[in-house]
Design a protein around this ligand. Structure first.
Ligand code: OOG
Ligand code: NI
Length: 462
């Protein structure tokens, strides 16, 4: 039997990411404005910094830049999470990493669905930060029961999407037209619902426990709550946002500005207050719900476990320097504390490499390919210009930053305390599979690049 022509999961993901962006742009026009601003600043940055443009070109980052974005959703049950994992698998997206947000007063734990192979990331780096509500952290038994009851009644996937997921699993792929139908049907799960599934009073009860609980429980699906384009100069976009009537949050999350950006810097604009209808609403008494917002991010070098440990330590040091005053209240001071603390983090590619703080992609240069490299060691090959190395881009998230983004959109209500409640095993049981360790993903990419150098230059590097 001839093998049918299936669309590669990478291309289904690329189509889905584009369709998602178009839908969100129509739903939240401010997102479109932000996209335009980001594209403009990216172009200016590339024009003013030819070295950066060249490095991006080499690493494949340039081609994917305009396509690059992440979204975020929150689901309510293990079954919803497990089915989402199957839906994302159709698009070549694997759960990577475990994030516990409970220490930040947010009763969820999360993972990021994304592609893991560098070739797949080159086609579409689309990622979805996916959180599972943890009803077990809510101490009001009556409320827990009400929430569980509402969640048990809803179906967040269309029948056609479910059928196509099963078909993909059974036959090992989707044809072109099946893939198009899949994208349209899968998109329905992430659409905004103006109609709530609860009465005004029920909404209020959920909301009073935690605004996030109302957001997850009171609607018929996990609407995408933000979609984040990647900028090459976040300070510039942050400064220009007010000129487009987009008010940014006061503090950029993550590391300070550096010569060589590391990990991830993010900032967002405040969630919109949107009209919704409760099941007992008269047209004249529509309510509001605040959940959806916008965010931008600048991605830098992926750090090794040693680099990440140093990052966490320096971030803690900067935050301790605030002595309890929220960073948002004195952004200038926080910026100064960050810069002081991160002076201890090397800010040059070769220093990061020699100290084992970041992951790299190694490529033979034209000179290396033309000459005789045999017998040379990696350091010499790099110093002689036979091998070029570029830091791998960080493809994941940061829990402290994520907490900051969650918090800035939960309003100024008193913070709930849940203590630290990491429970990765429970998350993986709900998901139906283990999450991938992101460090292994970067290590594999680095190793593949070294193997390619070995093959092309006839040297031994590993
Ligand atoms: C997710 C917040 C985390 C990020 O970029 O760190 C996040 C949410 O609010 O659901 O998207
Ligand atoms: Ni985000």
């Amino acid at each position: 039997m001839p093998t049918p022509d299936y669309v590669s999961p990478d291309h289904i993901r690329a189509r889905f990411s584009r369709a998602m962006s178009a839908m969100y742009r129509a739903e939240v026009p401010l997102y479109g404005d932000l996209m335009e601003l980001v594209a403009q600043v990216n172009q200016e940055t590339l024009a003013n910094q030819p070295a950066m443009a060249k490095a991006l070109q080499r690493s494949g980052g340039l081609a994917r830049l305009d396509e690059e974005r992440h979204g975020a959703i929150r689901v309510g049950t293990a079954e919803e999470l497990a089915t989402l994992a199957r839906l994302f698998a159709v698009m070549g997206m694997t759960p990577v990493g475990y994030y516990d947000l409970s220490p930040a007063g947010v009763p969820v734990h999360s993972t990021a669905f994304r592609a893991v192979h560098e070739d797949s990331l080159g086609i579409s780096p689309f990622r979805v930060f996916t959180s599972l509500l943890r009803l077990e952290l809510i101490n009001d038994a009556g409320l827990r029961e009400m929430a569980a009851g509402l969640l048990a009644k809803r179906q967040i996937f269309t029948p056609k999407a479910l059928a196509l997921i099963a078909q993909h699993e059974a036959q090992g792929g989707l044809t072109d037209s099946e893939a198009d139908t899949f994208v349209t049907q899968a998109l329905e799960t992430f659409r905004w619902h103006r109609q709530a599934t609860v009465t005004q009073a029920q909404y209020q009860r959920l909301h009073d426990q935690h605004r996030l609980i109302a957001d997850v429980v009171a609607f018929n699906g996990p609407h995408i709550n933000h979609l984040t384009p990647r900028t090459l100069d976040i300070d510039n976009v942050q400064a220009l946002m007010p000129t487009r009537a987009i008010p940014p949050k006061a503090v950029i999350e993550g590391p300070p500005r550096r010569q060589l950006p590391i990990l991830l810097r993010q900032t967002s604009f405040k969630a919109l207050e949107e009209q919704v209808a409760f099941t007992d609403s008269e047209p004249a008494t529509l309510g509001t719900h605040t959940a959806r917002f916008g965010e931008i991010e600048q991605r830098g070098a992926a750090l090794t476990p040693a680099g990440r440990e140093l990052y966490d330590q320096l971030l803690d040091k900067a935050r301790a320097g605030l002595e309890g005053v929220p960073a948002e209240r004195d952004p200038g001071r926080y910026q100064a504390l960050l810069e002081q603390a991160f002076a201890a983090f090397p800010d040059e590619a070769q220093a990061l490499r020699r100290q084992g703080l970041a992951w790299f992609r190694y490529t033979p240069t034209a000179q290396g390919l033309a000459g005789d490299a045999s017998g040379k060691r990696l350091d010499t090959l790099i110093a002689d210009g036979d091998i070029q190395c570029d830091p791998l881009v960080y493809e994941d998230f940061l829990p402290v930053s994520a907490a900051g983004i969650f918090q800035s959109n939960l309003g100024d209500e008193a913070r709930t305390e849940y203590g630290s409640n990491a429970n990765r095993a429970q998350f993986e049981r709900a998901l139906g599979r283990p999450v991938v360790n992101e460090m292994e993903v970067y290590e594999n990419t680095q190793r593949r690049s070294l193997l390619a150098c070995e093959a092309q230059l006839g040297v031994k590097l590993l």
